[in-house]
Ligand binder design. Structure first.
Ligand code: 5AD
Ligand code: SF4
Length: 385
């Protein structure tokens, strides 16, 4: 790659579309390793050896949308729909605070009913108060100096008025994956009443309101090309995402895209060896996209997603050494987790705190507790690049 041997460690590169596509598809092992190492050098430059943790609670699988790849899409009838009670969610927020995870990510399907927004506002305020009290007790600090948990939301496309209300209630981060930067591919993956432009506008609204805005894409989804992935990386950079949460597409039966995948790619998988090869291909592709994203965007929080872990037990370690600096342990109680199967194998992913600490220490990194891990403001971000 393009004179890799002359690269300065930590140097952010403005790669163009052709270069990105070439790096996404190269088979040269030395180039691939150099790409991973360079991404790691940029992570080290900005985050040293720190890994931030965000506790995620999937509080409801009810959803008005019908994304063609998703296991909890509206038209799937054989999932039990749930919404956790406020008390149960508050209990989870205590668990997250006491584990020292710093941030609570509240995730659900998309419900646009105004009552849901009232309920979320009340919930956010309660979590803030409660976690501030816990902080005050734990560190013996006056309540007025306690910040409590940082609150991140991932509850879909809402009006900018609703986004503003949730911000005013205390949420400061929002994750909304664009899924793909290509509107034509977006149209293939979603029904006609889901619009790429609306989703993109939501991201602009979130940024304008002042949220630390997270987005991301599906990697290896049917119909996607390496050019799409190159464009995706450029999109993430152009948007100025504060956080990037993206992961591999994982086959999910009983969905239109799952069926399509089964009759195309899936048809070629005849035994365990084929399956393993395919998983390795997908993991490699995902980690390349992480690495290249880090190389292009420089400082942003990039998550080693859970979907990766569903494919291989070591993939998250590799991701954390190739550009990622975040892990999002799932705190959703077991009784609900099995109903939140957006993709196959999701509910089995290990989130145990000690295991995560071990995993992070094993690669000579340090999990950071009781800190928010906010990104720097954009104005300070591209200094010395
Ligand atoms: N494989 C991987 N990710 C999926 N998502 C939904 N279905 C799948 C799947 N089959 C992701 C979408 C969505 C996020 C909450 O889950 O990208 O934004
Ligand atoms: Fe709903 Fe999200 Fe699944 Fe789309 S991906 S159907 S918005 S839960």
């Amino acid at each position: 790659f393009l004179g890799l041997s002359t690269l300065k460690p930590g140097e952010v590169l403005k790669l163009n579309r052709n270069e990105l596509q070439a790096l996404i598809t190269t088979k040269d092992k030395n180039v691939i390793q150099a790409m991973y190492n360079h991404a790691e050098s940029i992570s080290r430059r900005y985050f040293d050896n720190k890994v931030y943790l965000r506790g995620i609670v999937e509080f409801s699988n009810e959803c008005e949308k019908n994304c063609k790849y998703c296991g909890v899409r509206r038209s799937v009838k054989n999932v039990k729909r749930y919404c956790m009670s406020k008390e149960d969610i508050l209990y989870c927020s205590d668990v997250i605070y006491n584990n020292g995870y710093g941030t609570m990510m509240l995730q659900s399907g998309e419900i646009t009913n105004p009552k849901r927004i009232d309920w979320l506002e009340d919930l956010i305020k309660s979590i803030k108060i409660r976690s501030r009290k816990l902080e005050s007790k734990r560190f013996n600090r006056p309540l007025s100096e306690c910040k409590g948990l940082q609150i991140a939301l991932s509850v879909g496309e809402l009006s900018s008025e609703y986004y503003q209300r949730l911000y005013d209630a205390g949420a400061r981060r929002y994750l909304l994956r664009i899924e793909t930067s290509n509107p034509k591919l977006y149209a293939k993956l979603h029904p006609k009443d889901h619009h790429w432009e609306v989703r993109h506008q939501c991201l602009l609204d979130l940024k304008r309101i002042g949220y630390q805005t997270g987005t991301g894409i599906l990697i290896g989804v049917p119909y996607q090309t390496s050019w799409d992935l190159a464009d995706d990386i450029l999109y993430l950079d152009k948007l100025g995402a504060d956080m990037i949460g993206m992961g591999p597409y994982v086959y999910q039966p009983h969905t239109p895209i799952g069926n399509y995948w089964k009759w195309t790619t899936g048809r070629k998988i005849k035994n365990e060896k084929d399956q393993e090869d395919y998983n390795n291909y997908l993991i490699d592709l995902t980690i390349r996209v992480y690495a290249l994203t880090r190389i292009v965007v420089g400082m942003a929080n990039i998550a080693a997603t859970t979907a990766l872990e569903a494919l291989s037990s070591t993939a998250r370690e590799k991701a954390l050494q190739s550009g990622c600096n975040l892990v999002m342990p799932i705190i959703t109680p077991d009784e609900y987790r099995k109903e939140y199967a957006l993709y196959t194998g999701k509910s089995e992913v290990v989130s145990h705190r000690e295991k995560l600490v071990k995993l992070i220490n094993k690669i000579n990194k340090e999990p950071i507790f009781f800190e928010w891990g906010d990104p720097l403001p954009h104005t300070l971000r591209h200094q010395n690049n």
